[in-house]
Design a protein around this ligand. Structure first.
Ligand code: DI6
Ligand code: FE
Length: 413
């Protein structure tokens, strides 16, 4: 199928021009890919196409990439939100067996079908805003069987929704009760489970939570060694709540990304720059936990580290299901420019997932794009709520979001 999209204000994000903008542009898709892109006036004559759409001056951007989510879990943690409003801290709640472990209990009790139904609803909320590629981490199962269940749900979402899903094994997220007091034994188990998960085709990358309430550098290193043995790329939750030197360690392993980074130091920045590691900024967690120290954006920028922005959707520290709101928060709280924020949720987010075929609009890239009735792409970072694409195209196919939402509600009722 060859489809021609005409009279668009293209925000290609390709090349050096601001936003890669092309006024009155046209785009030809062939199957899942972009076959031609340029000025409408320069369209080759006598193009053989199956369908033609006039976008009447609407804005077109690449499909968004949400490169850091924990989308698959049971239950919710609104009770902890309320407890924090009464003075408890996130770390205290975690130490008392709440926090991540509360979600682990709810996830283990949830059926495969209910895990799938709730994750599907969340994925559709993101898709409705133009997200066409989504990373999903495990990390709320913490047994081989439960981690596998969660990763299978992620894979099933990728099969059943018009989204690309990248799945990340985060067995080293928290210490489960079975291993209380024995974190090294748990890390041995996390490493021992990985080959089976990988053999089943469930793992695209490996992540860990390197933190006082998570795992140490040495434990993180063991997880990374297990990943390296299987040729799997790594990424890290690094320097979120305290400085652990995790980012420098991850960079030594050529990590795709280091994520959070509020407490990142100059050595970590240099290591990331040298390794080409992407900094994934998660302003939703910063906002929801009322953190006060923002990541060192100016120094990351000066060092040439690519900046990505993601939702970090999870029930504890970032119950955020809007990548557009994450973009606004990245600008207001972290002082990203609107163009940096939008590049952070497209081209740099794709790079954080090791995907070279998307994130910009260019010939040969995936035909993932969103159409917006906006005048300027910076509006994507400006409006707080209420901004939705009028159309979403994933792999060259128009996504019927209303039909997907209607089907899901009847299945999960
Ligand atoms: N850092 C986070 O922000 C999430 N996980 C992590 O390692 C929080 C997960 C949760 O509170 O459930
Ligand atoms: Fe996270």
């Amino acid at each position: 199928m060859r489809k021609l999209w005409r009279h668009a204000q293209l925000t290609t994000l390709a090349g050096d021009a601001p936003w890669g903008r092309l006024a009155d542009g046209a785009l030809l898709t062939s199957g899942e890919r972009i076959a031609w892109i340029g000025r409408d006036a320069d369209l080759p004559r006598h193009l053989d196409v199956d369908a033609e759409h006039d976008l009447e001056g609407a804005l077109v951007t690449p499909g968004f990439v949400d490169c850091h989510t924990h989308l698959v879990y049971g239950g919710a943690r609104d009770d902890e939100f309320e407890a924090r409003l009464h003075g408890a801290s996130y770390a205290e709640i975690a130490r008392q067996g709440g926090g991540i472990l509360a979600t682990v209990r709810a996830t283990r009790q949830a059926s495969d079908e209910s895990l799938f139904a709730s994750a599907r609803r969340r994925a559709l909320a993101l898709l409705t805003e133009g997200v066409t590629t989504l990373e999903i981490k495990s990390g709320y199962g913490l047994t081989l069987a439960d981690e596998a269940r969660c990763l299978r749900v992620a894979r099933r979402l990728g099969r059943e929704l018009p989204l690309t899903v990248v799945s990340t094994y985060l067995g080293a997220h928290a210490l489960p009760p079975e291993f209380a007091g024995c974190p090294d034994d748990y890390i041995a188990a996390v490493c021992a489970w990985l080959p089976a998960l990988h053999a089943e085709g469930l793992v695209d990358a490996v992540d860990a939570f390197c933190e006082t309430i998570g795992f140490s550098r040495d434990q993180t290193r063991r997880v990374f060694d297990a990943a390296r043995t299987l040729g799997l790329p790594v990424k890290l939750h690094a320097e979120q709540l305290s400085h652990q030197n995790g980012a420098a360690l991850a960079a030594q392993y050529g990590a795709l990304s280091c994520d959070h980074l509020e407490y990142l130091d100059a050595a970590g920045i240099q290591a990331m720059a040298a390794a080409g590691t992407v900094a994934v900024l998660l302003p939703g967690a910063f906002y929801f936990l009322r953190e006060t120290q923002p990541p060192p954006i100016a120094a990351l920028r000066a060092a040439g580290v690519p900046l990505a922005v993601a939702t970090d959707h999870n029930p504890g520290s970032s119950p955020l299901l809007s990548l557009l709101l994450a973009l606004n928060l990245a600008c207001t709280l972290f002082r990203l420019t609107p163009e940096e924020a939008v590049r952070g949720a497209t081209v740099h987010a794709a790079r954080a997932l090791g995907l070279a075929d998307r994130g910009i609009l260019a010939v040969g890239r995936r035909a993932d794009f969103a159409v917006w009735t906006l005048d300027h792409p910076r509006e994507l970072t400006y409006w707080i709520g209420g901004c939705r694409p009028s159309r979403v195209i994933a792999g060259g196919q128009e996504v019927n979001r209303h039909a997907l939402i209607a089907t899901g509600s009847s299945l999960s009722a």
